[in-house]
Design a protein around this ligand. Structure first.
Ligand code: GLU
Length: 306
């Protein structure tokens, strides 16, 4: 029987919306701290072409760390397997901006979805392109099928001004010879990548690529190989939720990535991509209501990868 995603999302949305508010919006830059914490939206895009959504699902927000998956995808498409010489594929079990493990492991980040790993990926893109931000945005616009996707320059500037730990991470990696380009150039790309804005609808449609074995659902064009899509899904599953990836996998059972803007995107390979946005975060940096909604979605539909 065909699953009626719209009906399921509506039901879950209303149940979770009225649950007691827990958590806090990300406090560390003013642009994120000022977001209305009651925002809540969810959108599901199916590989069959079906679109379902409710709430603030068409309102743009800062995708933050979710962008790390997109920059990884472009670098992996361009560089292939050699990428893994400079960044690992193990969960870190540590906060996303942790320094101690990086020093202990001589400047090679555990994985591309923590800050240090995403910074190394940005360094690779700076080596590949004269104008890496333009190339990254062109890539994101292509896979999203939306020419309007853009960054928020004010968010990027704010982050750059206050990104003391990220500055420490890149300096440490530079001292270990794992950064080739100028620190300023790499961090500029990193912060702009984090400041990309999308709605749940746009995010779900962008991430449909990973549910469709690396091919665009709209045209069938392969963007990455199915093996690359499988690997990126595996990294999202094991590393996509800061130091809460185990808990998320236990509860939701789908590859996904969260960002401190309150967004989460999750993929059911072969079936759908779903994006949810609620700005209040738990202590680990993941959206409280976002996690609740995805947990209930996979429990209710019985559709998880496990
Ligand atoms: N721009 C944030 C940082 O670099 C990303 C945080 C996140 O969403 O995990 O700290």
């Amino acid at each position: 029987m065909k699953t009626d995603y719209q009906q399921i999302l509506e039901e879950l949305y209303h149940v979770i919306k009225v649950k007691p508010d827990a958590g806090q919006v990300a406090p560390y830059i003013p642009e994120l701290a000022e977001i209305d914490p009651s925002k809540f939206g969810v959108h599901l895009a199916a590989t069959s072409g079906e679109q379902s959504g409710i709430g603030d699902h068409r309102e743009k927000f800062s995708i933050q760390s979710i962008g790390k998956v997109l920059s990884l995808t472009l670098a992996f498409q361009q560089r292939g397997e050699v990428l893994w010489d400079r960044v690992g594929v193990e969960p870190s079990g540590n906060p996303f901006n942790s320094l101690w493990q990086l020093e202990y492991e001589k400047g090679k980040p555990r994985n591309p979805l923590i800050n240090s790993g995403a910074i190394v990926i940005c360094d690779m893109l700076c080596t590949l392109y004269d104008d890496p931000l333009t190339e990254l945005l062109a890539f994101v616009r292509k896979i999203s099928g939306n020419e309007e996707i853009s960054c928020n320059k004010q968010v990027a500037a704010s982050e750059k001004k206050l990104g003391f730990r990220n500055a420490a991470l890149i300096n440490l990696m530079k001292s270990c010879h794992n950064i080739d380009n100028e620190i300023d150039e790499v961090m500029d790309l990193y912060y702009h990548m984090c400041s990309i804005e999308m709605s749940c609808e746009e995010l779900a449609n962008t991430f449909l690529l990973y549910a469709n074995h690396g091919k665009l659902v709209t045209t069938g064009e392969p963007v990455i190989t199915s093996s690359m899509a499988k690997r990126i899904n595996a990294i999202m599953q094991t590393c996509g939720f800061y130091d809460e990836a185990g808990e998320y996998t236990f509860k939701v059972g789908l590859p996904g990535k969260s960002g401190i803007g309150g967004g989460i995107v999750a993929i059911h390979p072969g079936s759908y991509a779903v994006a949810v946005w609620s700005p209040r975060l738990n202590a680990k940096g993941n959206s409280v209501k976002g996690m609740q909604l995805l947990e209930t979605l996979t429990s209710k539909t019985g559709l998880s990868i496990f």
